[in-house]
Design a protein around this ligand. Structure first.
Ligand code: RBZ
Ligand code: NIO
Length: 348
């Protein structure tokens, strides 16, 4: 499938279903609008699915994993081998996202889209496009064809999961070094100054932060990504797991499923998706505000406002998995609350 075909499958939200949901929310035993963002999420879910009160019981956090050639420049506090080792941790159920996904009744689907190491596990979804990106400080991270192949991986996986009965998705990622390409993408796509787009990631010190900014500036100067061409930006200064998440978002929107967006890296993917397909933003449910520098600007560039702020700065899909609980609470509010009429309470 071409990117144009993917984009063409994303329709507008169902206005009639949204109006019905809003009307129902106003009949529940509370002052109209008093459940704030939960009401908005319930109406959004109705518009996305076309059902006044959809059942979104089967939930998956899709964790895309890939390595980054730019790690050779010393941009992370951790060594690149951690990516593959964490993939094994996800598959064994021991990472933070596994714990939060279990808490929310969701499954973790871990995808090797570009890990340098070979990871073998029966639950791993092996769709390696290449073994890590090239060093973007010296040339393009990958080719346009590879970026497109990675988008297709994410798009197809969501399609397969929808066919299995999954209806609600969250974006997650693992890739040592991936805040660096995310910052470069943000700087280019949102026209942000590099100093405002680059943060400390896994926890680098002040000196390394200055160096990381320099690397992002160099990557942009050498590759000259075209801000009006999101695929060019993804290929030149992006990452395999980031492109995979673009596919996840476009795929969820095409199948009329909500997709909860996690932190900084996921939001860089969401920004690219929203530039490729502006209508895809309506299918995104923002989750938390990450402590990573630039996350607020990235959300703002898409027009999203975070639901919660917990000072998280982990990624993996942790904040999004937690927000599954809020989406579920919003749908239960619609399904289980009494109306003024059923409770015999006079309205305003
Ligand atoms: C043990 C460990 C688990 C993680 N889980 C997510 N990340 C997060 O940190 C990385 C990005 O930060 P940077 O760009 O500074 O490398 C990504 O893998 C992201 O998912 C982790 C990082 C580590 C070390
Ligand atoms: O917000 C995130 O997703 C994030 C921030 C720092 C490091 N890793 C991920």
């Amino acid at each position: 499938m071409t990117i144009e075909e993917m984009i063409a499958r994303i329709g507008p939200l169902d206005e009639a279903a949204m109006a019905e949901a809003a009307k129902h929310a106003d009949q529940l035993t509370k002052p109209p609008g008093s459940l704030g963002r939960l009401e908005a999420v319930a109406c959004q879910a109705a518009g996305i699915t076309g059902d006044k009160i959809p059942a979104l019981d089967r939930k998956a956090v899709i964790v895309m994993a890939g390595d980054h050639g730019v790690c050779a420049e010393g941009v992370s506090a951790f060594p690149a081998e951690v990516t593959g080792l964490m993939v094994a941790n996800f598959l064994n159920g021991g990472a933070a996202v596994n714990v939060f996904a279990r808490h929310a009744g969701a499954d973790v689907v871990c995808v090797d889209i570009g890990v340098d190491a070979d990871v073998n596990h029966p639950r791993l979804v092996s769709r390696k496009v290449r073994r890590g990106t090239a060093n973007m400080a010296q040339g393009p991270a990958m080719s346009r064809e590879e970026a497109m192949a990675a988008i297709r991986v994410g798009y197809d996986i969501v399609g397969e999961l929808v066919d299995e009965g999954y209806r609600l998705f969250a974006t997650g990622e693992m890739g040592i070094g991936n805040t660096t390409p995310s910052s470069a993408m943000l700087a280019v796509l949102a026209g942000l100054d590099v100093s405002a787009a680059v943060g400390r990631g896994t926890g680098i010190d002040e000196e390394r932060l200055k160096h990381k900014q320099e690397i992002v500036r160099r990557a942009i100067a050498i590759n000259k990504p075209d801000a009006s061409d999101p695929l060019d930006v993804l290929a030149k200064v992006g990452g395999l797991e980031i492109a995979g998440l673009v596919g996840v978002i476009l795929g969820a929107a095409a199948r009329r499923c909500p997709v909860v967006i996690d932190g900084f890296i996921s939001t860089a993917a969401a920004l690219a998706a929203s530039r490729l397909a502006p209508q895809s933003a309506a299918y995104m449910i923002p989750s938390h505000l990450s402590n990573e520098q630039g996350h607020a600007a990235a959300l703002e560039a898409i027009g999203l406002a975070p639901m919660i702020q917990l000072d998280l700065r982990l990624g993996e899909g942790t904040g999004a998995a937690l927000c599954f609980l809020l989406v579920e609470a919003a749908l239960k509010m619609m399904r289980e609350m009494a109306t003024f009429e059923s409770a015999g309470i006079p309205g305003a």
